[in-house]
Ligand binder design. Structure first.
Ligand SMILES: Nc1ncnc2c1ncn2[C@@H]1O[C@H](COP(=O)(O)OP(=O)(O)O)[C@@H](O)[C@H]1O
Ligand SMILES: [Mg+2]
Length: 257
């Protein structure tokens, strides 16, 4: 498996507070990395580094062997636990927005043919996440699970290679969560995604991941809690995982060309 992302001696510091220290790891293309660790360990910071929202204070992050630009690129999508979607837009408009911003960054508006194409792509993506019958609903009219499906559609409509999930199912009921697990596993395979998912739920981490990464401090200074940062204290490859298959023909048919 080829390496998609490499962390080389990565540090994140805020003034004299060390959040992440000496992080060295590679993430293989097509893997599903579950990230666990105590609250405040730097899990969201880790995702922000991959997203390009934050730059390391030391060290480097490589994407395909090239230093990651500190900006959010279309090859990376993200879903948070809540508030990923816009309340004043319908499911369809929420999903189209990603395409509109990518193609028309100043007005976020498309017209004529490109608008119809964006509408088709957004509709197909909403169908893929099981919201084909809810195109015109607003987030307030949707359950928590439906809102997370919408957030996933919004993230995937730009065809990212990397999907970042920050406790995406943490606020959902257990039954709904099982549905979401099936959904995300299917999307991971169908779209040949590399997924990095932060979760509090250790069972979820092991159920979905091809690898479980635990971030925590290796050393504690009780008198100076921010003297040491978190790093990968466990990094467990899991066996018996199906690897993602190449995108199917339906995906190509609604691609961006
Ligand atoms: N902009 C910031 N300035 C200062 N400290 C921050 C900033 N962002 C995050 N932190 C601190 O970094 C630590 C890790 O935060 P975070 O990555 O959100 O942890 P987690 O997601 O594991 O709960 C926390 O102690 C948090 O207070
Ligand atoms: Mg967090």
């Amino acid at each position: 498996m080829s390496t998609l992302l490499s962390f080389r001696d990565v540090w994140v510091e805020y003034g004299d507070r060390i959040i992440i220290e000496k992080l060295d790891l590679d993430i293989a293309a097509g893997s599903f990395v579950s990230v666990v660790g105590p609250s405040g360990a730097g899990k969201s910071s880790f995702l922000r580094l991959i997203l390009g929202q934050e730059a390391p204070t030391r060290g480097s992050i490589l994407l395909d062997g090239v230093p990651l630009k500190p900006e959010c690129g279309p090859d990376r999508g993200v879903v948070f636990q809540r508030y990923s979607v816009f309340p004043h837009l319908s499911a369809l408009r929420n999903t189209m927005l990603g395409l509109e911003c990518a193609q028309s960054p100043f007005t976020a508006r498309l017209f004529g043919r490109s608008r119809r194409k964006a509408e088709e792509e957004a509709t197909a993506m909403l169908e893929a996440v099981g919201l084909g019958h809810s195109l015109h609903l607003y987030p307030a009219q949707m359950s928590g699970g439906m809102q997370q499906r919408l957030a996933i559609a919004q993230a995937l409509v730009k065809r990212p290679r990397i999907l970042l999930l920050d406790e995406p199912f943490g606020a959902l009921d257990p039954g709904i969560r099982a549905d979401m697990h099936a959904l995300i596993r299917g999307l991971w395979q169908e779209y040949a995604l590399t997924i990095v998912m932060v979760t509090h739920d250790i069972r979820e981490a092991f159920t979905l991941g091809t690898r479980v990464l635990a971030l925590d401090k290796r050393r504690h200074d009780p008198h100076a809690p921010h003297r040491f940062g978190a790093t990968a204290i466990y990094d467990l490859p899991l066996r018996n995982r199906t690897e993602p298959t190449p995108p199917s023909i339906t995906i190509d048919a609604i691609g961006n060309n």
